[in-house]
Write a protein of this length. Structure first.
Length: 265
C-alpha cells in the first residue's frame, strides 16, 4: 500500500471511531467545538505552543534542576488551550493519553531522571499531541459535512445524585477489572468522566478547584494507568477508594451549596 492510500485508510478508520465516540459533553466547553474547521489553525498553534513550552521546561531542567523547571506547569499549559476541549469531546482515549503523557513528563522531572530519559518521555507526549491534532482535523471535516451531531453544553440536573452515580460506576470499574475485563473497565472510567463528572465540574470549581484537579488526574491518569499496568485488584481498589473519599467531599460541597441556594429563595 502506498503512503497516500495508507493515510486514507488510517483517516477513514479514525473517522469511524470519532463518529462512534463523540458524545454530549457536560459543562462549559466552548462553542468552538461546534465549528472546529474554523479553529484548526488555532488548535495547531496551541499544540505547537504546548510542545514549545514543555521543551523549555525540559531545557531548564537540564540546565538548572527540578525547582527551576516548575514541572507542575504542565497541567496549566494543557488547561489553558481550547484544543483541550476539541479532543475531549471527540476522542476521549487520546484525551486520557495526553493527560498520561503530561504526567509522565512531570514525574520524570520530579524524580530527577536523566535528561535523555526525560526527553524520550517528552517525545512520546509530542507524538500523542500530534496524533490528537490529526484526530481533531478528521473530526472537523466530518463535522463540516454534517456527519457529526452538535456538542451540547449541559449541566447535571441534580449534582448530588450525579456524584452518587459516579461512585456506583467506580465500583463497576473494580468489578470489571476483577473479571479481567480491563478494556471494559477503562471504558467505564472514560465515559463516567466525560458524561458524569464533567457535568458537575462547573459547580465544583467554584467550591474547590484543587479538588476538581485532583479528580481529573485520578480519572485520566492514575486509575487508567493502574488498570493498564495490570496492578493487583487491591491496588486498583485503593485508587478507587481514594477517589470515593474525594467524591464524598464533592457531594458534601454540592449539598451545602444547594441548601444555601434554597435558603436564599
Amino acid at each position: 500500500m502506498n503512503s497516500w492510500k495508507h493515510f486514507r485508510a488510517v483517516a477513514f478508520g479514525l473517522a469511524a471511531i470519532l463518529v462512534a465516540a463523540q458524545v454530549k459533553a457536560d459543562g462549559a466547553i466552548g462553542e468552538h467545538v461546534n465549528n472546529m474547521k474554523a479553529h484548526l489553525d488555532d488548535y495547531s498553534e496551541e499544540v505547537s505552543w504546548m510542545i514549545g513550552k514543555i521543551d523549555e521546561m525540559v531545557d531548564t531542567y537540564a540546565e538548572s534542576g527540578v525547582e527551576a523547571a516548575q514541572p507542575d506547569n504542565v497541567v496549566e499549559y494543557w488547561e489553558a488551550v481550547d484544543f483541550h476541549s476539541a479532543i475531549e469531546t471527540n476522542y476521549i482515549p487520546l484525551y486520557a493519553s495526553i493527560w498520561q503523557g503530561l504526567f509522565a513528563v512531570k514525574g520524570a522531572i520530579e524524580e530527577e531522571q536523566p535528561v535523555e530519559q526525560v526527553r524520550a518521555v517528552k517525545s512520546d507526549l509530542d507524538a500523542v499531541l500530534w496524533q490528537s491534532l490529526g484526530a481533531v482535523k478528521v473530526a472537523a471535516e466530518y463535522q463540516a459535512r454534517g456527519m457529526l451531531p452538535p456538542v451540547a453544553n449541559t449541566e447535571a440536573a441534580n449534582p448530588v445524585e450525579t456524584v452518587d452515580i459516579i461512585k456506583r460506576e467506580l465500583h463497576r470499574v473494580v468489578a470489571k477489572y476483577a473479571e479481567k475485563l480491563s478494556d471494559d473497565a477503562i471504558e467505564i472510567v472514560q465515559q463516567t468522566y466525560l458524561t458524569r463528572f464533567e457535568g458537575i465540574e462547573g459547580d465544583l470549581i467554584s467550591l474547590d478547584a484543587a479538588l476538581v484537579e485532583d479528580l481529573e488526574i485520578d480519572f485520566n491518569v492514575k486509575l487508567p494507568k493502574a488498570i493498564q499496568d495490570e496492578k493487583s485488584i487491591d491496588e486498583v481498589r485503593e485508587v478507587v477508594e481514594l477517589m470515593q473519599s474525594k467524591l464524598d467531599r464533592c457531594r458534601s460541597l454540592l449539598a451545602d451549596a444547594e441548601a444555601n441556594r434554597s435558603d436564599v429563595f
